[in-house]
Structures are given as structure tokens and as C-alpha cells.
Write a protein that binds this ligand. Structure first.
Ligand code: UD1
Length: 416
């Protein structure tokens, strides 16, 4: 199993390009299930989660052609509307096939995801929404078995803001009969990117990016070409990596447009940030100021950046309180950061981080994707060597992380 070996102390500087967004690419790949015509995608990140999704779509009969700058998905041969437990257990986002399969072919058999490292993460809202659209859904032997003649437009109000729930229902509604209104919809930029792709395939969607999305169902969708948006979480992660090292970096092929709260917090921490049209430059002070935060659905502070900010607070000047409101068990990185010498106290869904003068390298274990990123960030400043085990979590969501960090001057290498 691969591990990442970091030698702390290097100040990051220089330029690096940000990849396409994993969380936009995953639902957009599933949009190929909605049409018999080819969907051509560019700026698709090279990540394990993307390969898993392509394998899953391939098993269902979707043709996948890799091109130099992207890929083409051909949904004309869709013949097996099944997502097995083997696939879904490695990637929860597999649930995103449920809505499109049901809408296009009238049937889907998708394994229930089960628990995961950061919490229970049920999919009841996906199911409730599809039932409101007329689907007949049975949960048997761990699988969601859904059937429908043709879905019917409905007014759906989700109990909580759910990102993949909104995406699943929006995709299903594209081919439903009549109008669907999703209230309490997720406003995440990735939802908007998916909506834009669906619109270019002929869907009639308005309101994506607001809490009320309206979809007028159409009989079929056609082929299209779409470029995946830049990854705002990868962008934020590299900003934190630069910030903790007192660095000066310029991130290319990205945008600060969807990162307001993250950029604001980094400025509160003392960083100087310059926003360009398709780049962001960050210059960090020698020592950061502690910054408190509370995670919440977009446009508030993203839960996917919580662990990285915990890492920078570990060595900042002062005390920070971090409140996690989305997932009930998303502080697993705290214990690993403490192995590096951090001073963190967990009280329910609050973490109190008291900045220390120095961290010391140790062997630590990655527990989930963003937790792993926080260990990398801490390892950049921990004195001596930090060895991060189980980095397959990192490979799910960060493209060539060691190469990109090394380009910025980090002492990092992958070891087996
Ligand atoms: C997506 C992101 C993930 C991010 C999360 C929150 C993708 C592929 N993943 O995950 O990176 O951390 O949004 O921004 O885009 N919930 C229910 N019932 C449901 C659905 C959700 O109770 O049917 C709860 C979840 O347990 C969680 C909260 O709602 O507590 C939000 O989860 P949700 O937005 O659905 O997360 P994902 O879409 O799985």
C-alpha cells in the first residue's frame, strides 16, 4: 500500500494548475445515462473516484472513450441498470446513478451505501424525492430497487440540504413528465455545473444555484460537450498548504468565485490574497493567526475544507473553535494531528485548537479524503519526517498530489 513521506520545513512557492472538480465530474458522468447520444467532457480529473465511476458506467453498458483532453460517454447501449455493493461501498457517490437510470429506463437496482468514516450518511432524501415523482421503491437485501413507468413532475422539499440528493433528483426530473420543483435545494457550485451540462443536453432547468430549482421535463436529452469546473476544494487545500508554510504561490486554471468564505478566513489568518480571472495568488505571513469557523451548506464554509483549516490552526497564533454541522463524525483527523504534537480538544461537534509553536513528524494514518489532506498540510511544517499511511484516500480526490506539491518546493515522495 502506498504511503506519503514528507520532510517538513520547506516554504512553498511557485505556480501549479488546479484540476477539474471531482464533485462536479461525478454527477456529470452520471448524466450520460440520461441520453442515447454521446456526452463529451473535458477537464475531467484523473482520480480513483472517477475511474470507479467509469467502471460502474461501463458495467451498465455506457461506452467510454478516452481522448487526449477528456472523454466521450455513449449511453446508447445502456442495458444493465445495476450498481453492485462492490462498487457502491468503495464510492458513495455511486448513488448518483439511481435518478438517471430510473428516469431513462424505468428501472434501477442500486446497493445502499452503508456507513462511512465520517458518519451515517443515509440516502432517504433521494428515495423520498423519487417516490414523490411516482417511483415504486423497495429496499431488499441491501439494494434499492426502483421502478417507474414514466416519472411525474412533483414538488419536493428535502428535510435537509443534500448535495448529491439535489443532483439525483434534478437529473431524474429532466426526463419526467411535467414540472418538478426542488425546494431546500443545495446551492453548491457543483450543482450549477451539473445543471449547465444538463441544459446543454436539452434539459429545461432554472434556479440552479438557488434554494429552489425548477425543471420542466422533456421527452429526451441529446449529446453535448461540457468542460468540468475547477476543483474549489483542491484549490482551497493548496491555499492552506501554502499558508501554513509561510509560502507564496499562484494557483492556475481556477477561480476564487466559489471560495469566498475560504478566502475570507485565510485573509483573517493574515494572508495576502490576489484574485485574478483564472488564478489566485496567496502570500502568507511567517505565522498565521488562529481562525474560528463553522461548517454549513454553500455559500457558508464547506465541510470539505474543515480538516485543512484544523491543520493550519494547529500552528497558528491563538485559539480557534471549529464547529462541524454537516457530518457527525468528521474529526477523525484530530487524533492523528495530535500525534504530531497538536493541542486539540474535541467536545461533541466542536474542536478547540490551541496553536503550538511546532509540530514534530510521526507516522500517521489517513482516515478519509479531506482528513488525509489535513495530515499532508501539517506534515509540511512538522519537524523531521511524517509518514502518512493509507493514502489511497488521497488518490480518490487529489490528482498527482506529490507531484504538484513537489513542484511548489515541498519535500515529498510516494513510498511503497
Ligand atoms: C457531498 C459531497 C461531499 C461533501 C458533502 C457536504 C459529492 C460527491 N460529495 O456529499 O464531498 O462533504 O456533499 O457538502 O458531491 N443526508 C441525509 N439523508 C439523505 C442525504 C443526506 O440524512 O438522503 C445528510 C447526510 O448524512 C449529511 C447531510 O445530509 O449529514 C449532508 O449530506 P449531503 O449533502 O447529501 O452529502 P453528499 O451529497 O453525500
Amino acid at each position: 500500500m502506498d504511503k506519503l513521506l514528507l520532510q517538513g520545513g520547506a516554504r512553498l512557492s511557485g505556480e501549479v494548475a488546479i484540476s477539474g472538480a471531482k464533485n462536479a465530474a461525478l454527477p456529470i458522468l452520471c448524466a450520460s445515462l440520461l441520453s442515447a447520444e454521446p456526452l463529451r467532457l473535458t477537464n475531467v480529473p484523473h482520480l480513483n473516484d472517477i475511474s470507479t465511476m467509469l467502471r460502474l458506467l461501463g458495467e451498465m453498458g455506457v461506452g467510454v472513450t478516452l481522448e487526449a483532453d477528456g472523454l466521450i460517454l455513449d449511453g446508447s447501449g445502456l442495458n444493465n441498470p445495476v450498481a453492485s455493493y462492490e462498487r457502491v461501498k468503495t464510492m458513495r457517490a455511486s448513488i448518483l446513478v439511481l435518478g438517471p437510470l430510473l428516469a431513462r429506463g424505468g428501472e434501477a437496482r442500486v446497493s445502499l451505501p452503508g456507513g462511512c468514516a465520517i458518519g451515517a450518511r443515509p440516502v432517504d432524501q433521494h428515495i423520498k424525492g423519487l417516490q414523490a415523482m411516482g417511483a415504486d421503491i423497495k429496499v431488499e437485501q441491501g439494494y434499492v430497487h426502483a421502478t417507474a413507468r414514466r416519472l411525474k413532475g412533483a414538488r419536493i422539499c428535502t428535510d435537509m440540504v443534500t448535495v448529491t440528493g439535489t443532483e439525483n433528483l434534478m437529473m431524474a426530473a429532466c426526463l419526467a413528465e411535467g414540472e418538478t420543483i426542488i425546494e431546500n435545494a443545495a446551492r453548491e457550485p457543483e450543482v450549477v455545473d451539473l445543471a449547465n451540462c444538463l441544459i446543454s443536453m436539452g434539459a429545461r432547468i432554472s434556479g440552479a444555484g438557488t434554494a429552489i430549482i425548477r425543471i420542466q421535463g422533456v421527452a429526451k436529452l441529446h449529446g453535448a460537450t461540457h468542460a468540468i469546473m475547477p476543483d474549489r476544494i483542491e484549490t482551497g487545500t493548496y491555499l492552506c498548504a501554502a499558508a501554513i508554510t509561510g509560502g507564496d504561490v499562484r494557483l492556475l486554471k481556477t477561480s476564487a468565485a466559489y471560495l469566498d468564505t475560504v478566502v475570507d478566513k485565510l485573509m483573517d489568518a493574515g494572508c495576502d490574497i490576489t484574485v485574478e480571472r483564472e488564478a489566485i495568488r496567496l502570500k502568507a505571513p511567517r505565522r498565521l493567526q488562529a481562525v474560528s469557523l463553522r461548517t454549513a451548506p454553500y455559500p457558508a464554509f464547506p465541510t470539505d475544507m474543515q480538516a485543512q483549516f484544523m491543520a493550519i490552526n494547529c500552528v497558528a497564533d491563538g485559539v480557534a473553535t471549529i464547529r462541524e454541522t454537516i457530518f457527525e463524525n468528521r474529526f477523525m483527523h484530530a487524533n492523528e494531528l495530535m500525534r504530531l504534537g497538536a493541542n486539540i480538544q474535541i467536545e461533541g461537534n466542536n474542536a478547540i485548537v490551541r496553536g503550538v509553536d511546532r509540530l514534530e513528524g510521526a507516522t500517521v494514518m489517513a482516515t478519509d479524503l479531506r482528513a488525509s489532506a489535513s495530515l499532508v498540510i501539517a506534515g509540511l511544517v512538522a519537524e523531521g519526517e511524517t509518514l502518512i499511511d493509507r493514502i489511497y484516500h488521497l488518490d480518490r480526490g487529489y490528482e498527482r498530489i506529490e507531484e504538484k506539491l513537489a513542484r511548489l518546493g515541498a519535500q515529498v515522495r510516494r513510498v511503497n
